[in-house]
Write a protein that binds this ligand. Sequence first.
Ligand code: AMP
Length: 609
Amino acid sequence: MEIQSPLGMQDILPEDVQLWKKVESAMHRICALYRYSEIRTPLFEFTSLFTRSVGEVTDIVEKEMYTFTSNTDSTPISLRPEFTAGIVRAYLQHSMHKQKAFQKFYAFGPLFRRERPQKGRYRQFHQFDIEALGSYSPYLDAETILLASDFLNELGLKEYKISINSIGCPACRAEYREVLKKALAPRISELCQNCQARYERNVFRIMDCKSEKCRSIASKLPTIQGYLCDNCKNHFDKVVSILKVTELEDRVNPFYAGQTTQVSEAKSVPNPLLVRGFDYYTKTTFEFTYPSALGSQDAILGGGRYDNLIEDLGGPKSGAVGFAAGIERIILALKDTKSQMSIKKLPKNIPIFVASVTEQEQERNQEQDAVLRDAVFKIATQLRRDGRPADMDFEARSLKAQMKVANKLNYKYVIKIGSDELARYGMTVKNMNTGKEEFYSDKYINEYLNGLDVRDATVSDKVRAGEFLDLHNKAIFLHKEGKEKEAAGLLDDAAKISEELNIEDIFPLSSFYGFKGTVDRNRGDFKNAEVDLLKSVKKDKDYALGWFVLCTVQMKLGKEDEAIRSFMKAYEITGDAWSDWALRDGNKKYFSQEFLERLKSEIETPKGA
Ligand code: AMP
C-alpha cells in the first residue's frame, strides 16, 4: 500500500493551521459585523438536491460529484460540492422562512469536487460561504460585495479585482439563448467535444469553457447586456450605483454595454461574460480574482443573486444573494503577499439598526426615498468598517415597519436618518427601551455609540479604563505643578493601556496625545513630543491646540517649513493667529522675531497668490 493521500486531498499541516485560524477568525468577525449567523449543514445531501439546484448540465453535477448509493437505501447521496443548495434546503426543511422572511447565514467547511488537481484546485477544498435569503433588494447585492471586500481587506489582501455582471432572468435569457445559438451555429464543428454537446443542452456553459479555441470563439459572441429586460437592467444599474456610494467603484469593473473597454484595460478577468458554473444564478453575478499571487486558478471568490432557487426547491417566491470564497486560494495569496493581517479587535458590543425616515406608502417621494436609503446603506457600511455590528431593512418599508423589524430583532438602539438629519449632518438615535430620541452630529456619533459600549463593557475592561483615567488625571496634576518628568512616566503607562483597550470609547485620544506631547515638549523630549502630537492631530485634524503645540516642537527640531504648515492648520481652524495662543507668555519663547515675521507674511498673503 502506498503511503499517500488520495489525489487532490490535502493535509493542512500545523504550520499552516495558524494561518487558517486567522482566516477563520476574520470570517467570524466580518460576519458578526454584517449580522450573519453561522449554520452547519451535513457533508452529504441527496444527489437530487444538487441536480435540481446547481443544474443537470453543469460540470459539477455531470462529472465532479462523489455520489454513493448504499445497499439498504437506494436513493443516491453526494458529498456536497457547494454550500448554497444545502443551506437553502435547511432553511426550508426547518421552516425558518416562516419565522423571519429575511435571514442571513454563513458557513465554513470542506467541499468535494472530482476536478483535475493543480495548484489552487483540489478535490477536497474549503469555502467560507454566505447566503442572504429572502430579499430582492439591490442593496443586498451591494452589501454582499462589500462584505467580501471587507473580509479580504481585513486579511491584508488588497490586490483583488472585482468583476460584476448581470446574467439577467429566465425571460431575458430565453432571447439571448437563441441569439447565442444563432451566432454559434456556423462554428459548432470548431468547438471542443464538450461544448458541442453543450450547444443543445446548455449553450451558456460554452462561455466558461477553458479550452483555448472555445474561449476565443466565446470572446467574440454578443454579450447578454444588450438583451437584459428593463427590470434586470435597472437592478444592475442600481447595484453599481450603490457600490459607487461606498467608494468601491475603482475596483468594480462592470461588464456593461458600452463599457467593455474598461474590462480589457483593467485586464482583470479574461472572460467578458461572467456566467459562473451554476444554473441557479439570476441577475447579478460577481467574481473576485487575485492575479498577482495566483496562477491560472486565480478566482478566490464568486457569487451572485439567485431569485428562483428557493421557489424551485419548494419554498416561497423569494430573492437571495450569496458568495463562496476558496480558502486554499486565500491561503496561497496570503503566503505569497506576506501581507500584514490587520485582524482587529472584536466587534464593538452594541449592534445598531439603521432606519430611513420614510413616509407611509401613500405619501412617498421616490427620489427622496432613494437618497435616504443610499445614506442609510452608507452609514451601515461605515459603522461596520468602524467595527460595529450593524444592519438595515432591505425592503424599502415605512419607518414604522422598519422599527417593527428592529424591535423583533431585539436591537436596543436604532439610528434614524431622514432629510432633516441629512440637512443637519447628523443622526437621531432612538433608545428602544426608553423610547428616548436624541440628535447627534456626525462628528460626535461615534463617541456617543462608543460610550454605550463602555457601559456594556466587561468588568475587567472597566477597571483598566478606570486605571487609564486615573493615570491621566494624576499626570494633569503633576503637570500643573511643573513636574513634567513624573507626568510623562504616568502618561507612558496610560498610553500602554490605551493601546490594549479601545480607550477612544471613553476618552478622545486626540486630546490625550495632545497633552502627552505637551508634557514631552516641556521636559525637552522634542522627538517623542512630535510623535505624540502627530498622533493627536491625526486622530482629530481639527484639533487646533494640537497643531499649535506641534508647531513649537517642530521649531525646536529645526523643521521650520513643517512648523509653518502646522501653524497655518491651527490658524485655518480658529481664524486667530495671535491673541489666544502664539503670543501667550509661555509660548513666546519658541518663536524668534524672524519666524514671527515669516508667519505674519504667510497669513497676510492671500491664498493662491
Ligand atoms: P464556486 O463554488 O465554484 O463558485 O467557487 C467559489 C470559490 O471556491 C472559487 O473562487 C475558488 O476560490 C474556490 N474553489 C472552487 N473550486 C475549487 C477547487 N476545486 N479547489 C480549490 N478551490 C476551489
